[in-house]
Write a protein of this length. Structure first.
Length: 322
């Protein structure tokens, strides 16, 4: 297996001279972006680039388009986050220690143990305190975004209907069935359960009792499935409503299906997609409000960038076999 180590270097073409960014060099401490009193050095940007590009292969990491996009994102996030931090201070928006601890603990709980968590941080080149600071900044920015959105009015019925009328084709659906299933990990067990289904035993109760799939606890309810979404589910479209399938095998086990409802292909009704439209319109309003706020902030804060220094930061890769 081959992985790639990324070396983010700073190359400044001076008259007759190629200068490299090495530890201790004054260039590593050169400021590439500044927001009020918050500064990002070329080394800071190099570290962030290494983290952002590490999931890419060597060619993709060195691709000028990918590199430029990554730099733009890093600069944009730095500016927005630090504008948010300063705005929070002047607006009385406070992140309590308990809120920070809750977020930190929730993230750590997703790892099997503390060693795994610390290894992940080490892989990102972060200390625990550095990571906590990043979490704090992210939560403050989120609080600012929520505060800005408080004044936004919910979408009106007129706006919802207008959006639906204009975008009906976006809500076109394929043939669908409302499906239940029982999944077993053994063919003999599956055939025995199928015999119980054939005796008109309650399908939902049998699913709760025997199914090994997650939805078994909810009576085997998979919900609405569109034709063509999953190969094994397509076989259920051939069933009469209320009818149970034979035992069918897939990579997940042995299935018994029951099709309970059918909805022909066509455009969904407004009532069906109303929650989706409300969420979309609300997100649009929040984005517009946020961009207006950000534009106002950018005109009132001090933001400095060094485009030449940002462009000079490049990527070198070295292959390593493991």
């Amino acid at each position: 297996m081959k992985s790639w180590l990324f070396y983010i270097i700073l190359s400044l073409l001076l008259p007759g001279l190629l200068v490299g960014c090495v530890p201790g060099s004054r260039l590593t401490n050169a400021v590439v972006v500044q927001v009020n009193d918050h500064k990002m050095t070329s080394k800071d940007m190099a570290d962030l680039l290494a983290r952002q590009l590490k999931s890419l292969d060597a060619l993709a990491a060195k691709d000028p388009t990918n590199l430029s996009r990554a730099k733009d994102e890093i600069v944009r996030n730095f500016i927005i986050n630090n504008i948010s931090v300063d705005y929070a201070k002047t607006s009385g928006i406070v992140l309590s220690d308990s809120e920070l601890d809750a977020e930190v603990n929730a993230t750590r709980a997703t790892y099997p143990d503390d060693l795994s968590f610390r290894r992940e941080l080490a892989g990102e080149g972060l200390s625990l305190n550095e990571w906590r600071d990043e979490v704090r900044t992210s939560l403050i920015a989120k609080k600012v975004f929520q505060k800005i959105g408080e004044k936004i009015q919910k979408p009106t019925e007129t706006e919802i209907k207008a959006y639906f009328d204009k975008n009906k084709e976006h809500f076109r659906r394929k043939d669908r069935i409302y499906l239940r299933q029982i999944v077993l990990d053994d063919l003999t067990k599956a055939q025995a359960v199928h015999d119980e289904v054939a005796k008109n035993k309650d399908f939902g109760e049998l699913a709760k009792k025997y199914s090994v799939s997650p939805e078994g606890k909810q009576g085997g309810v998979v919900g609405w499935i569109e034709k063509g979404s999953v190969d094994i589910f397509d076989k259920a479209f051939q069933l009469p409503l209320g009818g149970a399938s034979a035992v069918l095998e897939s990579a997940y086990g042995f299935h018994i299906f029951k099709a309970e409802r059918h909805a022909a292909a066509g455009i969904a009704s407004l009532d069906e997609v109303r929650p989706q439209i409300i969420e979309l319109l609300q997100a649009q309003k929040e984005q517009i409000e946020f961009m207006g706020w950000l534009d106002k902030q950018l005109r009132s804060v001090r933001v400095l960038k060094n485009p030449e220094l940002i462009r000079a930061i490049s990527v070198e890769t070295q292959g390593q076999k493991q």
